[in-house]
Design a binder for this molecule. Sequence first.
Ligand code: SAJ
Length: 453
Amino acid sequence: MNQEYEQLLNAIEDKKAVLGVVGLGYVGLPLAVEMVKQGFTVIGIDVDPSKIEQIYHGDSYITDISSEELKACVASGRFKPTTDYSMITVIDALSICVPTPLSENQDPDTSYITSVVDQIKLHMKKGLLITLESTTYPGTTEELIQDKIEALGYRVGEDFFLCFSPERVDPSNTRFNTFNTPKVIGGTTEACLTLGTALYSKYVEQVVPVTSPKVAEMSKLLENTFRSVNIAFINEMAMMCDRMGIDIWEVIDAAGTKPFGFMPFYPGPGIGGHCIPLDPMYLSWKAKGFRFYSKFIELAQSTNDNMPYYVINKTSTILNEYAKSIKKSNILVLGMAYKPDISDLRESPALEVYELYKENGANVEYYDPHAVSFRDKNGETVYSVDYDLAKFKTYDCIVLTTNHSGLDYGEIASMGVPILDTRNAFKEFNEPHIYKIGHSVQHIEEPNMALIV
Ligand code: SAJ
């Protein structure tokens, strides 16, 4: 192997290599902190000066990194946050952790990656190891990084080194973190893989080398497409059970007693987050370029996207039991975040449910102890109402969309207001005014006139 390779491998082994992380968000900041904790000097680059400011002041803006931890990293003198890309000239190994969203028409938006590559080209130096971590379609690493850098005259595997290692950060997961979550990595050449594996092994407990960046890119998309398809399947099963008058939640619990060959997923009002709704679309988009049309991915997307409409229709059926309509009803959406005990609203299905109630003429409000406000489709800021049982009693229907653990479901159920539970959070309270998706509406002979206010 050449001199650049030997020098970098030695610098990694004795932790003298200067590491860089581009993108100090929920992936990049924990990664940088782990690198510092393992003894490396790390230059963190982000385009947002407020992030740099907060890091210098030891104010963590990432749930999984405490401010004390961040302060210790900065105090060590080995964590240098900056907006200055020219620092790449002193970096030996650079990890790219920038967003990969979808464009307006649901195509991959790799503009964040390409803008980083443009900066790398400006400050490129021989011997640099580049590892892309952002979730993306198979081929991105070669097409958007290798080809662009080689066009400058550098040869991959000799003058620079290139890997793909998918991020597996699960925000707020208290069991799995950057260090103890196995990390897949694929190199464009043997030398690249050896260097990437040596580096990541210094701050990740288990590194999983694979034969190419494409395998690594595809493995991440498989992980998350697997979830999207299975969630869509259980959502379809929920609507089937609703139609057949069978309780899907009881069915899942029963099937879940099978100790092998089954993995429970649960119905909901749709899917949210920065991964599951987006990642499969990266895969189906790329596959179309090979004239391969993934029916599973498209069907899962449409099934999951349909769930907010199913929630609205079910609300109509429930209100009908009380001789009411959605129009002019007072509806409380309970929970706005895309999953329990976080404030993250990205792609949250509860946002869609809220907007659909509005479009159908309801007076809709929401309560979420974590997500205190959001901007609606018209750009207006909507604030969570206070937790006020007297006020909650005045609603015609309460729709539970996020099953935060801190809510007192017993006292909410005790008010007698019709509840549509989309997460089976009220499973302990089997009362006639508590309805749930995935089960039919129990018809009542005479509406409880006391509830018709
Ligand atoms: N959801 C369901 N039913 C289920 C599971 C999830 O409706 O059975 C919904 C959730 O409510 C949420 C959406 O799907 O709205 C996504 O939920 P998620 O549990 O997949 O959580 P995410 O989006 O935070 O996914 C992340 C992913 N992590 C990474 O990409 C590194 C995913 O791969 C993880 O499996 C997931 O966390 C996790 O297991 O927590």
